[in-house]
Design a protein around this ligand. Structure first.
Ligand code: EPZ
Length: 441
């Protein structure tokens, strides 16, 4: 595992450019399986999660190319069943395989999902996904090495209500319903911009989908779909990460490709803390305007709320705000593990089981430390830290960049799951670091 040695205490200044959102691109790649012709996806980042999905598509007979400019082509004219051992060996670090089910059931009548990976930020069950697939008429059989699904007579549209607006389960419905027989009505759907972009892709492919008010999505099944050509939505999570990094280090970062309308909630919070931004046609400049940062109370939520993926780097910036901030995490039950390292670096962060600062959530009165109180400003000092997951890891690097002295950050490959050319971007922003071992980030 690679290590970064960071000499912190210098503001990050410069420009980074975004490509397509990890959380859209990987699903758009799966959507290509619904057609039996070629799809073209533009702005696809070179990140580990994309490599994993490309590999899975290849195992299923899809011809995938991905050039330096981020243009990916997927030729699905010869989709075939993959060998279970190959899927298993390949999928280890990703949760995307579960989304292959609907398209594979349509194309081949069966599918297999191995044990799923992904960031360790909670239990991350797949019960909603399996219930959805059963509602469409699939047979779900749990086996030792994974789950086998079959639908020899195809899938049929259904009325489905999600118990929680899960992003993945909504995508599962979309990818299964578009070619199912008849009408599907989904209530309690997630409506993240990445989902709306996936719907745009499916519409290009021939689907009939309407997004109604109050989280209702209606899909009229079609028999055949064709390949698409699409430029992926920019990565809002990466944009928010660099914005928080600018604030935490007292810096100034222009994030090329970031768009205001998809980030309104984040921008409001950024401004409340005392961060400044300027919206340009081709991106957003995020900077620390000088003076004191102010504390805030944040509750993470599904869109249009404050995204759970934005809180980790922002907590580092909040450690520099004067007073008490509260972050109530309501999407994942276990997403404050990264704060151990921040405490080690001098941040004052306490985590609680109670629902603090907002509405009671699903995790209240249970044994989940899902609220954090951050007291600032604290002087951060360098430390030896280990990256625990993607967003937590980014926040560790930001803390190390903001801290005085030397930090050693281990396990940084995890960051390359979601941030393209991470080290090049740090260099472009003037970060002072050395790579200690062979690192692919
Ligand atoms: C997606 O995960 C993203 N991942 C996550 O980003 C993101 O944090 C999350 O959506 C919320 O926006 C990808 O798109 C690849 P969910 P997903 O289903 O779809 C519970 C990152 O750092 N749930 O909306 O897996 C679940 O446990 C990653 O980029 C069930 O209970 O998230 C969670 O508490 C991390 N049963 C809640 O729903 C299920 O079957 C929301 O999860 C499915 C989910």
């Amino acid at each position: 595992m690679g290590q970064l040695v960071i000499n912190g205490g210098k503001p990050l200044k410069g420009r980074v450019d975004l490509r397509g959102a990890k959380n859209l691109v990987t699903k758009a790649m799966v959507a290509s399986l619904l057609a039996d012709s070629t799809s073209v996806l533009k702005d696809v980042p070179h990140i580990r999660d994309v490599e994993v999905v490309s590999g899975l598509l290849s195992l299923h007979g899809v011809k995938v190319t991905h050039d330096e400019d981020g243009v990916m082509t997927m030729d699905t004219s010869a989709v075939k069943q993959a060998r279970v051992v190959d899927i298993d060996a390949h999928a280890g670090s990703s949760r995307i395989p579960i989304l292959f089910c609907g398209p594979l059931l349509h194309q081949l009548g069966e599918a297999f999902i191995p044990q799923l990976g992904g960031c360790q930020i909670g239990d991350r069950p797949i019960d909603f996904h399996l219930d959805v697939l059963r509602a469409f008429g699939a047979t779900v059989e749990k086996q030792i090495d994974g789950i086998r699904l079959s639908a020899p007579n195809g899938l049929t549209g259904a009325k489905i209500e999600l118990p929680y607006p899960s992003v993945g389960a909504t995508e599962q419905v979309l990818l299964s319903a578009t070619r199912a027989k008849g009408i599907t009505e989904l209530t309690g759907a997630a409506v993240e911009p990445e989902i709306i972009d996936l719907i745009a892709i499916l519409q290009k492919m021939g689907a009939i989908i309407s997004v109604d008010t109050d989280r209702v999505i209606r899909i009229e099944g079609v028999e055949k779909m064709q390949g698409y050509s699409h430029r992926a939505l920019f990565d809002r999570n990466e944009a928010a990460s660099w914005a928080a990094a600018a604030l935490a280090t007292g810096g100034d970062i222009f994030v090329g490709g970031a768009e205001q309308t998809k980030m309104t909630t984040f921008l409001n919070v950024f401004r409340k803390i005392g961060g400044a931004f300027e919206i340009e046609d081709d991106g957003i400049r995020f900077f620390h305007p000088g003076g004191e940062l102010k504390p805030v109370v944040i509750e993470t939520d599904v869109h249009p709320g404050f995204m759970t993926d934005w809180q980790q780097p922002l907590v580092v910036a909040l450690s520099q705000a004067k007073g008490l901030s509260i972050v109530h995490e309501t999407v994942y039950e276990n997403r404050f593990g990264f704060t151990d390292a921040l405490r080690k670096m001098g941040a004052e962060v306490q985590i609680y089981r109670e629902c603090l600062g907002g509405h009671p959530c699903r995790f209240g009165r249970r044994n989940f430390y899902h609220s954090a109180v951050i007291s600032g400003p604290s002087k951060l000092v360098g430390a030896d830290i280990v990256v625990p997951d993607l967003r937590g890891g980014f926040s560790h690097v930001v803390a190390a960049l903001a801290a005085e002295g030397k930090s050693t950050v281990s396990n940084i490959e995890l960051i390359s799951r979601g941030y393209e050319k991470f080290l090049d971007k740090l260099t472009a922003l003037g970060a002072d670091y050395q790579v200690r071992e062979d690192v692919r980030a």
